[in-house]
Design a protein around this ligand. Structure first.
Ligand SMILES: O=C(CO)[C@H](O)[C@H](O)COP(=O)(O)O
Length: 223
């Protein structure tokens, strides 16, 4: 397993003062900025695009930016996000007509490449991808909105994907997204996740530092 990474989702940040809010959450100990892109087509919600990613870089944000594309189609946005400063770009395989080509495109543009599985997406979509992905993101809620409850069946799925990753012998990150809180993060880590997206649990808390510290204390219990 690789070191645990905490990735606050800016979906729950204060958009009116986003640069400062992202600065604060990083200063409080977050590792990665999780950037949820929704198009009101693949998912029934609309958020933001490459201009905002560029704006965060221009503001001085240096942490990795983990772009989660909930968009269909995918490919046209890949170069735009790479140029705007994305570090990781992940997409939903069913939203791309040519998954292998999209993965290549992401890598050609210098980013790490991830695929995202919805709660009901079978693991068979990974069958010919394990040698190509840098990250697998398991959705533990249906994509589109923050503040939903963690779907418990994700734990079993995490264990299965952890096995696949270990068998691959590659340093593939296993990220989980949706309903991650201080009181379930240890169980999620024990199931095999090593990267944790948390939006409402962090941004809606009175102290980002206290919440991230509490999450790390829980993670420290997992061997
Ligand atoms: O991708 C997402 C929704 O599609 C969000 O990142 C996710 O739901 C995180 O929010 P929360 O931690 O509040 O559940």
């Amino acid at each position: 397993m690789q070191p645990f990474l905490i990735a606050p989702s800016i979906l729950s940040a204060d958009f009116a003062r986003l640069g400062d809010d992202v600065d604060q959450v990083l200063a409080a100990g977050a590792d990665v900025v999780h950037f949820d892109v929704m198009d009101n087509h693949y998912v029934p919600n609309l958020t933001f695009g490459p201009m905002l990613c560029q704006a965060l870089r221009d503001y001085g944000i240096q942490a990795p930016i983990d772009v989660h594309l909930m968009v269909e189609p995918v490919d046209a946005l890949v170069p735009q996000f790479a140029e705007a400063g994305a570090s990781i770009i992940s997409f939903h395989p069913e939203a791309s007509r040519h998954v292998d080509r999209t993965l290549q495109l992401i890598k050609q543009h210098g980013c790490e490449a991830g695929v995202v599985l919805n709660p009901a997406t079978p693991l068979s979509v990974l069958d010919y991808l394990m040698d190509k992905v840098d990250l697998i993101l398991l959705m533990s809620v249906n994509p589109g909105f923050g503040g939903q409850s963690f779907i418990p069946a994700t734990l079993q799925k995490l264990k299965q994907v952890r096995q696949l990753i270990d068998q691959s012998g590659r340093p593939i990150r296993l990220e989980v997204d949706g309903g991650v809180k201080t009181d379930n993060i240890a169980e999620i880590a024990a199931a095999g996740a090593d990267m944790f997206v948390a939006g409402s649990a962090i941004f809606n808390s009175p102290s980002y530092r206290d919440t991230i510290d509490a999450m790390r204390a829980e993670l420290a219990k997992v061997s």
